[in-house]
Ligand binder design. Structure first.
Ligand code: 9WN
Length: 419
């Protein structure tokens, strides 16, 4: 049965493989996405190590000169997705978006490196990737943390990867919609509109894109000019974990300067995470840098914090929180607390379970010695696949498959968990 699931997962990866990159799923997302690629490479590595390295190399080949790695690379024309390259207007030879996504690549490279059977290839390819990934991390701490707090801000919900999370609702009230004009969404013709963000949210997503475009996508200006500046614990935890992994890799590959700076980024970030602890929720939560306030939103972003080396008392509290959430839903970990009024079990990041986030949280729980929670998350993830196939996300109460089907990173996580 389990080998059967691994074989099915491999077929999903192969179907979405475009040679040197994979699409998240045919139709809905016809280009290369940043954190999808890094996490999908983990799945490829189990049956084709060279292909896994290529996935990450293709992503990093489109890094901007300032170090930023864009969230979408538009390798070929396809009008099945909105907003396309003409809306972004980033003026690059191979068009890309102008914002970034969670920096999970450092973690993925280290994991693929550690497990590689072809050691010579792994050394060669990791060595070439290391300075590029480090330059991305330097970009984050320079341009997204200009005051040197130790934590970086996202400037667009798409950067978090959790597009319509409840976390952004209040801040989004301050993002205007004037001047946006008419546009035609394409996502709602591929997926059930009830599973997707609302039109009102889309107008604000596009306003931010137009605003940043009017500033020439100059990353030295965007942070201060953005009405949306959000410090997301999950996003920061992923970056911190990647910095720690890059530090270890750099030690191994004889790059002491990269190791030292990466370790300093991680140490400062972990200390600063403490400011995001939300006593009333008993978990981490987002901090709105524009208003200077912690946001009382019980989302999975605050649990994903466990992906980096938070203090053991915090990891224990998160384990307890996940256990409580598990009692309110059949499948852990819902992307929003099922007892909260904003919870919506099928609408994207406002309730559904996502396997990639499950994987990262369970990994963090394992590192923290919280084995029963780790195993519960992994078991629930596989039960979801058995009941509902390789969907983009799932209703945590009913297991209803939501969003796109035959989803690459979902399949990659199944191979990771079962191999
Ligand atoms: C915008 C590709 C991406 C994921 C994100 C997910 C969704 C895009 C969209 O799909 O976002 O980037 O158009 O909805 O929220 O996490 O990387 O799978």
């Amino acid at each position: 049965m389990r080998q059967d699931l691994i074989d099915q997962a491999r077929a999903v990866l192969e179907r979405n493989d475009r040679g040197s990159y994979t699409v998240p799923t045919h139709g809905l997302y016809p280009f290369q996405w940043n954190w999808d690629s890094a996490l999908s490479a983990l799945g490829f590595a189990h049956f084709d190590e060279a292909r896994a390295w290529t996935e990450i190399e293709t992503l990093m080949a489109h890094q901007w000169e300032d170090g930023m790695v864009p969230h979408i690379i538009f390798h070929q024309n396809d009008d099945g997705y909105f907003p396309g390259p003409d809306v972004w207007g980033t003026q690059r030879d191979v068009p890309t978006s102008g914002i970034t996504q969670p920096a999970v690549t450092g973690f993925a490279v280290r994991r693929i490196f550690d497990r590689a059977s072809d050691r010579a290839m792994a050394e060669r390819r990791a060595r070439a990737l290391l300075p590029r990934i480090h330059a991305w991390h330097q970009w984050f701490y320079r341009d997204r943390d200009p005051a040197g707090t130790g934590l970086v801000a996202i400037l667009h919900p798409w950067e978090s990867g959790r597009d319509n999370s409840v976390d952004w609702d209040d801040a989004f009230e301050r993002v205007p919609t004037d001047g946006v004009g008419e546009f035609q969404r394409r996502d709602t013709s591929h997926a059930n509109p009830e599973h997707r963000p609302t039109d009102e949210q889309y107008k604000r997503y596009i306003w931010l894109v137009q605003h940043f475009r009017s500033l020439g996508w100059d990353n030295a200006k965007l942070h201060d000019a953005s009405p949306f500046q959000m410090v997301d614990p999950g996003f920061n935890a992923i970056l911190i974990r990647s910095c720690s992994d890059v530090a270890d890799l750099a030690d191994h590959l004889g790059e002491p300067e990269i190791a030292e700076q990466s370790r300093a980024f991680a140490a400062k970030g972990i200390a600063a995470m403490e400011k995001l602890w939300n006593v009333s929720l008993g978990q981490y939560s987002c901090y709105d840098r524009s208003t200077g306030k912690l946001i009382d939103s019980a989302s999975i972003g605050g649990l994903l914090a466990a992906f980096c080396a938070i203090p053991s008392a915090r990891a224990k509290a998160i384990a307890a929180r996940i256990t409580t959430l598990a009692n309110a839903a059949r499948f852990t970990v819902p992307s929003h607390d099922p007892t909260a009024p904003e919870f919506d079990g099928t609408r994207y990041w406002r309730g559904p379970v996502w396997l990639i986030v499950n994987y990262m949280i369970s990994d963090g729980m394992g590192e923290a010695g919280q084995m029963s929670v780790r195993d519960r998350i992994r078991d629930d993830s596989i039960r979801l696949i058995e009941e509902s196939g390789f969907a983009e996300y799932y209703d945590p109460k009913t297991a209803e498959p939501c969003g796109g089907g035959s989803f690459t990173w979902t399949a990659a996580m199944v191979i990771e968990i079962l191999s």
